[in-house]
Design a protein. Structure first.
Length: 72
């Protein structure tokens, strides 16, 4: 089992895409990056419901494996 820290982009409650995925940085570092990215959003993007979310993924998860197969 491996743990991957990810940053996901959402518009309202709709998942858009994975912005970043890493196992090289600490959970705290990635969480801080998410906070910084959300703070940099301007008001019009916030009004449109744009936000970044911290996610922990398990590499043994079948959805994670399927998404990796489709990556280019």
């Amino acid at each position: 089992m491996g743990v991957i820290f990810e940053i996901h982009k959402y518009q309202h409650d709709d998942f858009q895409y994975v912005v970043a995925s890493t196992n090289k940085y600490s959970e705290n570092k990635v969480k801080c990056d998410v906070e910084r990215m959300n703070a940099m959003l301007n008001e019009s993007l916030k009004t449109m419901g744009m936000r970044y979310v911290f996610v922990i993924s398990d590499t043994s998860d079948s959805l994670f494996k399927e998404r990796k197969k489709k990556s280019y």
